[in-house]
Design a protein around this ligand. Structure first.
Ligand SMILES: Cc1cc2nc3c(=O)[nH]c(=O)nc-3n(C[C@H](O)[C@H](O)[C@H](O)COP(=O)(O)OP(=O)(O)OC[C@H]3O[C@@H](n4cnc5c(N)ncnc54)[C@H](O)[C@@H]3O)c2cc1C
Length: 501
């Protein structure tokens, strides 16, 4: 009997929708099953009281994977998505009271560094030199599979310069930061991005310190909100026959022996296909949708050993006035040692941290069309980890006090009388992220990322245990983030094409 589709994709997050669109463009009859009512998952937007808010991701950098997806589909990205550059890349509100904006241009940024930390200009220049040579290779690294030892060796053989950068991957983010920078304000401004990537500086990979540098290559906000990115990809996919079905929760992956043969929906409907791609957290994919009874013992142990990535609560505010901010993004940083303290003394013990750092995003600075005339939106992101399981408490009960706390920070960092101008407030706690996106523990980057859980140590995009099952999204490859999950879609579709074209 004929299958219903060639490919079923579970989840329309960035990894899922990009794999699906790419395979549609290659002639595969592809259906995406998404449990929510929009595309994008963490990179989506929702409307509330006349304001459009971004659910999770607040900006995109390293646009190469996005451009590559459109190029591979024979289209020009600019015809589908307008990316608005954000410059200054961000404004820093430092823990010692200093405030400064960092321009995108490296020389102009160096002048800012000289004004706040003259002792670090030389160190910062060295950091930039090493970082830029690493970033030159990043595009290829993101788009080339390095999911097995032989693929990784091939990548290094083709790019021997990568070997020079290995020490930065093996050292901690703290070690790499302190190697070049001595000024605590500058240290925390650089390490903050690594911290937001999901691990404390004394544990995270040193290479994450260069995330702050990626931003000098350009950070962008899509016109129409972050959802414009997955929507643009979906539109091209649909031009090639892609189907996307919303409000369709997949309960299980249908197996024939150890072969994927389709899915079973929550209401019992069976949809068959010869290929299944899961954009759902890998631990959930294997332990719930495939089922532990269908896994060999080693695979059960291996997938069970991954930790979830951190959750990150967010407060969305609609204002009736323009906030007096200096940039689309403002980071309020703590001391680098405080980042470690928040993780080691609060997060891992289930205690909600106070302080540490925040990110304030001001989307209407770039796209005023997201709010009624003269009005603005702010996203307040807890810049760092907040435990999912709270010791003796839970996020539903904490919601009002969390909102109050966030508004207190906005009063201090943005405007004293902000409360008089708030028309709408919404919040996503880790529990809300779990409910809305079915993301276990509200994890925002799939699985926790360190050296031993990245690239070839992360779940393989082509399942090693279930034939014709592929994975895309934050649980694979280089982990969470807009560019990396888009790249995961390119890689997953490449594996499918290699196996089935
Ligand atoms: C608060 C927050 C801020 C962030 N900020 C940034 C940022 O500024 N820049 C950046 O680069 N990255 C940022 N990120 C990370 C980035 O958004 C994510 O890593 C990326 O979007 C995840 O993509 P994904 O492909 O893994 O899919 P996900 O976004 O995890 O989507 C998975 C999809 O699968 C669906 N699904 C789940 N279970 C089922 C099921 N059983 N059946 C059907 N569908 C299902 C979900 O509804 C969802 O749509 C942020 C994330 C969050 C949450």
């Amino acid at each position: 009997m004929d299958d219903d589709y060639d490919v079923l994709v579970i989840g329309a997050g960035l990894g899922g929708i990009s794999t699906a669109a790419l395979l549609s463009a290659h002639g595969f009859r592809t259906l995406v099953l998404e449990q929510a009512d929009t595309v994008g998952g963490c990179c989506s937007s929702f409307r509330h009281g006349g304001y459009l808010f971004d659910t999770g991701a607040t900006m995109v950098m390293l646009t190469l994977p996005l451009e590559e997806i459109f190029r591979r589909m024979g289209k020009n990205m600019k015809d589908y998505i307008e990316l608005i550059p954000c410059d200054p890349i961000y404004c820093v509100h430092a823990f010692d009271g200093r405030r400064f904006a960092l321009p995108r241009d490296i020389d102009e940024a160096a002048a800012v560094v000289a004004s706040i930390a003259p002792e670090d200009v030389e160190g910062w220049r060295k950091y930039v030199k090493v970082g830029m040579s690493m970033l030159e290779l990043l595009g290829e690294m993101m788009l080339t599979p390095a999911n097995t030892m032989s693929e990784t060796l091939r990548l290094y053989r083709r790019n021997p310069a990568l070997l020079r950068h290995l020490p930065y991957i093996l050292r901690t983010a703290q070690g790499v930061t302190l190697r070049w920078l001595h000024n605590p304000v500058l240290q925390s401004a650089v390490a903050f991005q690594a911290y937001c990537a999901g691990s404390p500086p004394d544990l995270g990979m040193g290479s994450l310190v260069f995330v702050a540098l990626c931003e000098h290559l350009g950070i962008y906000y899509p016109r129409g909100g972050m959802i414009a990115i997955p929507e643009g990809i979906r539109r091209v996919g649909e031009e090639y026959g892609l189907e996307v079905r919303f409000n369709s929760k997949v309960e299980a992956i249908l197996l024939e022996g150890r072969k994927a043969r389709g899915v079973v929906l929550e209401d019992g409907t069976v949809v068959t296909s010869r290929i299944v791609v899961s954009n759902v957290n890998a631990k959930l994919t294997y332990l719930k949708m495939v089922g532990p009874e269908n896994l060999p013992a080693w695979a059960k142990r291996a997938i069970g050993s991954y930790e979830m990535a951190m959750p990150c609560p967010m407060v969305y505010v609609g204002l009736d006035t323009r906030p007096p901010l200096d940039a689309h993004h403002t980071i309020c940083t703590g001391h680098i040692d405080n980042f470690n303290k928040v993780w080691n003394e609060y997060y891992v013990r289930g205690i909600r941290p106070k302080g540490g750092g925040w990110l304030i995003s001001w989307p209407t600075e770039s796209d005023p069309g997201l709010a009624p005339e003269g009005c603005h939106t702010l996203n307040f992101v807890w810049g760092g980890p907040a435990p999912y399981a709270l010791l003796g408490d839970n996020w539903d009960r904490l919601k009002p006090s969390f909102i109050e706390e966030a508004l207190g920070v906005l009063e201090k960092e943005v405007m004293r009388d902000i409360s008089d101008h708030i028309k709408v407030v919404e919040v996503s706690t880790p529990l809300d992220f779990e409910r809305r996106l079915l993301s276990p523990q509200g994890a925002i980057y799939g699985l926790f990322l360190d050296f031993l859980s990245s690239a070839m140590f992360r779940p393989h995009p082509r399942s090693r245990v279930i034939e014709n099952l592929y994975l895309a999204g934050a649980s694979t490859g280089l982990g969470g983030g807009v560019p990396t999950t888009l790249a995961s879609g390119v890689i997953a579709s490449d594996y499918v094409l290699r196996d089935h074209a």
